[in-house]
Design a protein around this ligand. Structure first.
Ligand code: GLP
Length: 237
């Protein structure tokens, strides 16, 4: 794993530079998307670079990691809504080329890996990390060979994510998520972590044993992962 440490704005710019390099070489790249507060700085950079004409998403396809079960794209806490409002609505991407797992027709989860493969596979996957080490919504214990599937969310994950809902009762109990294998199939991976609440799990991910108890630690086995950390998230390394 390559580890890059800097301020929040520095790491957003450095991660964005990785996208510029990819899109200049491969304008029809396939990008893996993530939600959460962590990639927001990166997405703002991508919007800026697109407006400045440095990069175009005209031929890009995207596949997001996950979606809550039961929320459709019009729900303001759905990950489809998040992607539209924080990225897709502000860049020159064709909405038909953007994919988020279907949180309503969950039987379609089984088709998602095939769709990614048919598009040529993911060139660059962006990831955040949950305080329990989850990536996407692959909670501790998720098998290493898992593909896109429905998961029951850990109570702790629901509590952490309840900050975006009126109350914890409104946080969905299940989600559809790419599996560990789906994520590991990406040719390159960027994982970003910001803030002191992530410091302990970041240490386990990078310096701890590879174990399904810490799903993000499995990334140690991937040949092309760059981890971008702010100083607080890197504090225990
Ligand atoms: C959610 C998402 C993850 C994300 C994590 C961390 O559970 N499913 O993809 O990485 O939250 O979110 P944040 O970046 O807001 O800390």
């Amino acid at each position: 794993m390559k580890v890059i440490i800097g301020s929040e704005s520095e790491i957003a710019k450095k991660a964005a530079a990785q996208y510029v390099k990819l899109l200049v070489n491969k304008p029809g790249a396939v990008l893996g998307g993530a939600t959460g507060s962590t990639p927001l700085g990166l997405y703002a950079q991508l919007v800026k670079l697109n407006k400045e004409g440095v990069i175009s998403f005209k031929d890009v396809k995207t596949f997001n990691l996950d979606e809550y079960v039961g929320l459709d794209g019009s729900h303001d806490q759905s990950y489809r809504y998040f992607m539209n409002t924080n990225l897709f609505d502000h860049i020159d991407i064709d909405p038909a080329n953007t994919h988020v797992p279907d949180g309503i027709n969950t039987e379609k989860a089984a088709e998602y890996d095939g769709m990614i493969e048919a598009a040529g596979g993911i060139d660059l996957q962006i990831l955040g990390i949950g305080v329990d080490g989850h990536i996407g919504f692959d909670e501790p214990g998720t098998p290493i060979d898992s593909i896109t599937h429905v998961v029951e969310l850990e109570q702790n994950t629901r509590e952490v994510n309840s900050r975006f809902f009126r109350s914890i009762d409104e946080v969905p109990t299940h989600a559809v998520t790419m599996g560990i294998k789906t994520i590991m199939n990406a040719r390159s991976i960027i994982l970003m972590a910001i803030g002191k609440s992530k410091a302990e799990i970041v240490k386990k991910m990078i310096q701890g044993p590879v174990t399904t108890d810490v799903p993000a630690s499995i990334l140690q086995l991937h040949p092309d992962v760059t981890v971008y950390l702010d100083d607080e998230a890197a504090a225990l390394l």
